[in-house]
Design a protein around this ligand. Structure first.
Ligand SMILES: [Ca+2]
Ligand SMILES: [Ca+2]
Length: 171
């Protein structure tokens, strides 16, 4: 092996190692919407007695990666540790825009900073704080896809392992 080839091989190996040890995978999608961030563990206590607290502090963020408006209606967030996921509500997300997808209830809207907010309407927390047993923990799937913990219909994955209180993770 001459010196140039050896140097090239070494630098390829270094790049592979760098990729291996990068802590968070870059968010990705094969569709119109991409999960970019997640906050699985709402700030503060999740429950007090039987009351579920700060449901809207649990969320994930989606981005419309296309150059046209996309309606979020029917997209399936498949949490890979259960099979009772609720499809996303109908909401027109403009080209390039991002939306917080909150677990609790509220009125879908665009805030003054330009962020969009949609609400899933659950009465309890649904994103596992401890996601160490699965990878990915969440898949966004095209409308009509099954919530069956498989990759069928998946366009964008997100994984977070053990989520700290009130911490937002890049997917
Ligand atoms: Ca949670
Ligand atoms: Ca599921």
């Amino acid at each position: 092996m001459n010196r140039a080839i050896r140097a090239a091989a070494l630098s390829t190996a270094a790049l592979s190692l760098a990729a291996l040890y990068t802590p968070a995978q870059a968010a990705s999608t094969t569709g119109a919407l991409m999960i970019t961030h997640v906050r699985p563990n709402t700030s503060g206590a999740d429950v007090s007695g039987t009351r579920q607290l700060n449901l809207n502090g649990e969320y994930f963020i989606i981005k419309n990666v296309t150059a046209r408006t996309v309606n979020t209606g029917g997209y399936v967030p498949d949490i890979t540790s259960n099979t009772y996921g609720r499809a996303l509500p109908s909401y027109n997300l403009p080209a390039g825009a991002k939306a917080y997808v909150h677990t609790g209830s509220g009125t879908h809207h665009r805030d003054s900073a330009g962020w969009h907010h949609v609400y899933r309407g659950y009465a309890r927390h649904v994103l596992p704080n401890d996601g160490r047993s699965r990878n990915p923990d969440l898949r966004l799937k095209t409308p009509g896809s099954p919530d069956n913990n498989t990759s069928t219909g998946s366009v964008s994955p997100c994984n977070w392992n053990l989520a700290a209180d009130g911490t937002t993770y890049a997917c």
